[in-house]
Design a binder for this molecule. Structure first.
Ligand code: ASP
Ligand code: MG
Length: 421
């Protein structure tokens, strides 16, 4: 078999962990597999490098920030390779660029365009274990080093698995897989043995930090089976894949797969918008042109004098920019004022089972009411219901929904390390 294994930062936080991971990789190879490893920076290295950059400049040039951040993964890749050599196996480390990961030129948020894994394949052919520095590549046009966004080593791993025709991709983390809710909030959360790409996509898009969103998109598009599991135990984790019809029995389908939450959004309310054709289009065109992603939208019924209020959510990181660009068109659109609220959180209930089961919304809202959580906004898809609530209510809302859909396990989930970021 050909296997890609990705180890996150909390799995390689210090020298002892690097040696432990090295033994695990060598064991996989000894079972007769070709092994490609994608590695994150040690522990909180990426955050520390970001802090350091801030200390020398409040607004570092994105190109230089990428030069700096990619060093974190380069360190752990080289150290891991040394640890493997030390226990008598042969490994070769590569930067993203050396591994043939070609990207767009957007520093800090580059997209993979192509992978030319020639050097990886030769190294595998020569019997080596290959270690690739995660979350980085090289720009097709400028030839500068790029990064793929925070948490994107997952994406590197799945993209490499697809390019190398690997049998599957293992994502090693600090919990035993994907849980029905964040076990840091709901200790009785249950491991999900198997989940479909669509559901995992909704979970990741709704704030589940366990897998990078683009990694799941990639896995679904390229049909790469992903096994999310702990590097601290040998327990089976969660398989992310679509059931093979040929495997006989269809996957047993739970009504609700899990509850996700996200504290990273902010709500903007545009107060007193003239209720005219084209105003909303102009408003959201302006936001879109600034490449700001809008998530939920609510427009109130028109109140006095043909005016209405429009609320929407955006990433908190884009908050001040959004306010600025809206102020610039205030006179043109004729709205009264803007309200900004970042004391919010989004709680989502996800499951393909809800397609065919009425009453999921009623159960969810009933649980929130019993927990005295006020709903500020609502949005739905075929397999998801999301609400925006006050940030202080997020934990209570997640727990209430988890219990209402009978997801609680008997025992408690183990969180081995890390912050779940
Ligand atoms: N080290 C990078 C980060 O902290 C990439 C990753 O770990 O996936 O965001
Ligand atoms: Mg991660």
């Amino acid at each position: 078999m050909r296997v890609v294994q990705k180890f996150g930062g909390s799995s390689v936080a210090d020298a002892a962990s690097i040696k432990r991971v090295a033994r695990r990789i060598v064991a996989t190879q000894s079972e007769g597999n070709e092994v490609v490893v994608v590695i994150s920076a040690m522990g909180d290295t990426t955050d520390e490098l970001m802090d350091l950059a801030q200390q020398v400049s409040p607004d570092p040039p994105p190109r230089e920030l990428d030069m700096l951040l990619t060093a974190g993964e380069r360190m752990s890749a080289a150290l891991l390779s040394m640890a493997i050599a030390d226990i008598g196996s042969s490994a070769r480390s590569f930067t993203g660029s050396q591994a043939g990961i070609i990207t767009t030129g957007t520093h800090g948020d580059a997209r993979i365009i192509d992978i030319t894994p020639g050097r990886i394949v030769s190294a595998l052919d020569e019997g080596d274990i290959v270690i690739v520095a995660g979350f980085q590549g090289v720009s097709q046009t400028s030839k500068d080093v790029t990064t793929l966004g925070r948490g994107a080593s997952d994406t590197t791993a799945v993209a490499l698995a697809a390019a190398l025709g690997a049998d599957y991709c293992e994502i090693y983390t600090d919990v035993d897989g994907v849980f029905t809710a964040d076990p840091r909030i709901v200790p009785t959360a249950r491991r999900i043995p198997e989940i479909r790409y669509d559901e995992m996509l909704e979970m990741a898009a709704c704030g589940a930090k366990i897998l990078h969103l683009r990694c799941v998109e990639y896995a679904r598009r390229e049909n790469v089976p992903v096994h999310v599991r702990s590097s601290f135990s040998h327990r089976p984790g969660t398989w992310v894949r679509d059931a093979e019809p040929s495997e006989g029995e269809p996957m047993e389908q739970a009504l609700i797969s899990g509850i996700a939450h996200d504290r990273g959004e902010a709500k903007i309310t545009v107060v007193g918008v003239p209720d005219r054709v084209g105003v909303a289009a102009r408003l959201f065109r302006t936001v879109a042109d600034a490449e700001i992603n809008v998530d939920m939208i609510v427009q109130n019924v028109s109140h006095t004098l043909g005016r209405t209020d429009i609320s929407f959510t955006i990433p908190q990181s884009a908050g001040s920019r959004t306010i600025e660009i809206l102020k610039a068109i205030q006179a043109e659109l004729g709205f009264e004022r803007l309200l900004y609220d970042d004391q919010i959180g989004k709680v989502s209930v996800i499951g393909v089972g809800m397609r065919t089961h009425p009453g999921v919304t009623a159960t969810f809202f009933g649980a929130l009411a019993d927990a005295e959580v006020n709903i500020e906004m609502i949005s739905t898809s075929e397999i998801r219901i999301s609400v925006v609530v006050h940030s202080d209510d997020v934990d209570r809302a997640v727990k209430a929904a988890h219990t209402a859909f009978s997801l609680d396990a008997e025992g408690e989930a183990v969180v081995y390390a890390g912050t779940g970021r």
